[in-house]
Design a protein around this ligand. Structure first.
Ligand SMILES: [Zn+2]
Length: 410
């Protein structure tokens, strides 16, 4: 078996690990454990003797300390599942060696082209080896790149005892893409002080801010009646739901916002004459922004339903995750050390925020502060997903350097 980061990556992406938001089991799909078992085998082979897969689908392992210094225990995390948005069955990775520039056509579907104009990051990949799919599936670089990078770094740390480091924990999670990646994680067993998810995009990027996120479920009870006798009596819940959706502010939507702007986004609708339900997600970088948007949404519902005196609604807000910056600001060394590691690995560090959540945002609030480091993938959750071997190698280097920086500064 070969063990470069690219070899590992290519081994992992062909294993279907799509998670399923409609499943109530943990992990949401049993097939995620197929990859978990392979990772454990490979960890054992590297020499991490405590590596194991638990019944909830988590992989835990330890790289023992090789220094006398009292170094904080850091953990590297990555998720094993791929997004439900696009199929991950039968992934056929393609390698464009020595990329010379220009658009990349995917062989399995003539309509799928990774265009430079839409993926400007390609311009920084000249002479690199770029991995794509054949266009019929997603690639799963999100986040199998992270898995491969952590595995490759673990091997380097074990094989090179002259690289001094504290105890390092490895955590591979299922179900990140359906927002349940850390539901059953055993932080006590993990025993880490700080963690990093390897789950970002562009090489050199470190993210210490995420959205704050709520979900909203609106359930409308209409007035059902035989359509032949409905005049002035029927209040069709489907139409009420439609009116609410139509009133959602166009300028506060995912398709019209960027940077630090939040949004209101319907993710599902179901209905019959007597009852309709709309699921939405609300995103903002501040709690006040979330509350404001929820109030705005409820005001729309209230206003629409005024025209339907026999109907009523329920409006349920559920907290999903919170911006991790609040937690990370209390431990500035976590980011400072990551910045230094990225620099030592030969890149210019870029700090940013994620328009999304990570396992790390939830871990941070569970007591394990956890920013996000690049893994190198691009165009996540789509058949145009791509990553370069060179960026994965930079991520491996970053992990190794980060282990060294923590030891040096302890
Ligand atoms: Zn991810």
């Amino acid at each position: 078996m070969t063990d470069t980061v690219l070899d590992r990556f290519l081994r992992y992406v062909v294993i279907d690990t799509q998670s399923d938001p409609s499943s109530s089991t943990q992990p949401s799909t049993e097939k995620q454990k197929d990859l978990g078992r392979i990772l454990v085998e490979e960890l054992l082979e590297i020499g991490l003797s405590d590596a194991h897969l638990d019944e909830h689908g988590y992989v835990y392992a330890t790289i023992p300390a090789n220094t006398d210094k009292n170094v904080p225990v850091i953990c590297f995390c990555s998720h094993m599942d791929t997004a439900p948005d696009f199929t991950g069955t039968n992934v056929k990775p393609q390698i464009v060696k020595n990329y010379t520039g220009g658009d990349i056509r995917l062989p399995g579907d003539p309509n799928r082209v990774i265009r430079v104009c839409e993926h400007p990051e390609l311009k920084n990949q000249i002479n690199n080896d770029i991995i794509t799919t054949d266009g019929t599936t997603l690639l799963g670089a999100d986040d199998k790149a992270g898995l491969a990078e952590i595995m490759a770094a673990a091997k380097i740390l074990i094989d090179n005892p002259e690289i001094k480091h504290g105890a390092i924990k490895i955590l591979f999670t299922p179900d990140e893409e359906v927002g349940r990646g850390v539901n059953k994680v055993d932080l006590k067993k993990l025993g880490a002080d700080f963690a990093y998810t390897m789950d970002g995009e562009t090489a050199g990027h470190i993210e210490d801010e995420t959205f704050s996120a709520d979900s909203v479920d609106i359930v409308i009870a209409g007035v059902a009646i035989h359509p032949g006798f409905a005049k002035d009596r029927m209040e069709n819940a489907i139409k009420i739901a439609g009116a609410i959706i139509d009133r959602l502010p166009k300028e506060i939507a995912p398709e019209t916002t960027e940077g630090k702007q939040g949004f209101i986004h319907p993710t599902g609708v179901a209905g019959s004459m007597e009852k309709a339900a709309i699921s939405l997600i609300i995103r903002d970088f501040t709690n006040e922004g979330l509350v404001e948007k929820e109030a705005m949404l409820e005001e729309i519902v209230r206003d629409v339903i005024k025209a339907y005196p026999g109907s009523s609604y329920r409006f349920d807000v559920k907290e999903q995750y919170r911006n991790m910056k609040v937690v990370l600001d209390r431990h500035p060394e976590i980011i400072e050390n990551a910045v230094e590691a990225v620099r030592r690995a030969g890149m210019t560090p870029v700090r940013g925020s994620i328009r999304g959540g990570t396992d790390g945002s939830r871990l941070s609030f569970m007591g394990l502060p956890c920013p996000n480091i690049f893994a190198g993938g691009h165009a996540f959750h789509s058949p145009l997903e791509w990553i370069s071997r060179q960026d994965m190698e930079k991520a491996v280097k970053t992990i190794v350097e980060l282990a060294k920086v923590w030891e040096e500064r302890a």
